[in-house]
Design a protein around this ligand. Structure first.
Ligand SMILES: NC(=O)c1ccc[n+]([C@@H]2O[C@H](COP(=O)([O-])OP(=O)(O)OC[C@H]3O[C@@H](n4cnc5c(N)ncnc54)[C@H](OP(=O)(O)O)[C@@H]3O)[C@@H](O)[C@H]2O)c1
Length: 232
């Protein structure tokens, strides 16, 4: 009897040790590297600032406005001296290093960006924030049966495309609130683990993440922004 009791006690101790180890591992979760293509823009810089306090290493890119990204890095480091953030001038190299790639460029530039990163974005999360607005801001350039995010998925078939941040305006990032209420930020995608990872990112940025559905729901999310602009 005593032998059985000791064995059980030992097993219980082993199980507790495993549980503690698992928890420690969760806490020490490895830092993820995020490449932000279009960091010199309104959205790219707002996203960069808002997540710079998280457990991320940020690689920031511009197309032409390198100076803007260098100023952004200085302002991030003024607020948060321990922020892990650097400028990189090659989207392919940055995407190769990254776990997550954020495409914060205009809709018209996404195809070009996809072509540059295609070979190094396999199995990685690529976040599409774009709204394919037409030139007069009163319609979408995509057909009602297609979204910019699904188009990006076709261009990058081996990446995990997630739609996020397209329903939040750049100026909302400073507080993540309106009238004292935390803003919802909608997310759509086909990969469950990627959706969870992006939910954590959206939460770090200061918003309430809401998983709206699979990637086809991006059609609704992109239309939603158009409605929002029309109302405002
Ligand atoms: N503004 C908003 O509130 C808002 C809200 C939701 C979603 N969005 C979406 O967010 C995206 C960015 O909007 P934004 O307002 O931030 O635009 P923006 O201020 O004009 O910034 C665009 C960024 O994309 C870069 N870029 C342009 N063409 C490129 C190319 N061919 N290759 C690589 N980088 C390129 C620009 O680099 P350079 O500066 O170096 O030229 C700049 O960093 C758009 O798709 C928009 O629909 C915007």
């Amino acid at each position: 009897m005593l032998f059985i009791a000791c064995t059980q006690w030992r097993e219980a101790r082993v199980q507790i040790s495993f549980a503690i180890l698992k928890e420690e591992k969760r806490k020490m979760k490895t830092k993820q590297t995020i490449a932000i293509i279009g960091a010199s823009g309104n959205m790219g810089s707002a996203i960069s600032k808002s997540i710079s306090g998280g457990n991320y290493r940020l690689l920031l890119l511009a197309d032409k406005e390198e100076g803007k990204v260098r100023n952004l890095i200085s302002s991030i480091q003024d607020i948060n001296p321990s922020a892990d953030v650097e400028f990189i001038n090659c989207s392919r190299e940055a995407s190769w290093e990254a776990d997550i790639i954020i495409s914060a460029v205009p809709y018209a530039a996404e195809k070009e960006v996809a072509e540059k990163i295609k070979e190094v974005a396999n199995q990685k999360i690529v976040i599409s924030i774009t709204n394919p607005l037409n030139k007069t801001f009163d319609g979408l350039e995509t057909s009602p049966y297609m979204s910019a995010a699904e188009e990006l998925q076709k261009l990058l078939p081996n990446s995990k495309i997630i739609k996020a941040f397209n329903t939040t305006f750049a100026h909302d990032f400073s507080t993540g609130q309106t009238d004292g209420r935390q803003l919802d930020s909608f997310i759509a995608g086909n990969d469950e683990e990627a959706l969870q990872t992006v939910s954590e990112l959206v939460s770090t940025a200061g918003f309430n993440p809401v998983i709206a559905g699979d990637l086809s729901v991006s059609r609704t999310l992109e239309s939603l922004l158009l409605q929002n602009i029309s109302h405002n």
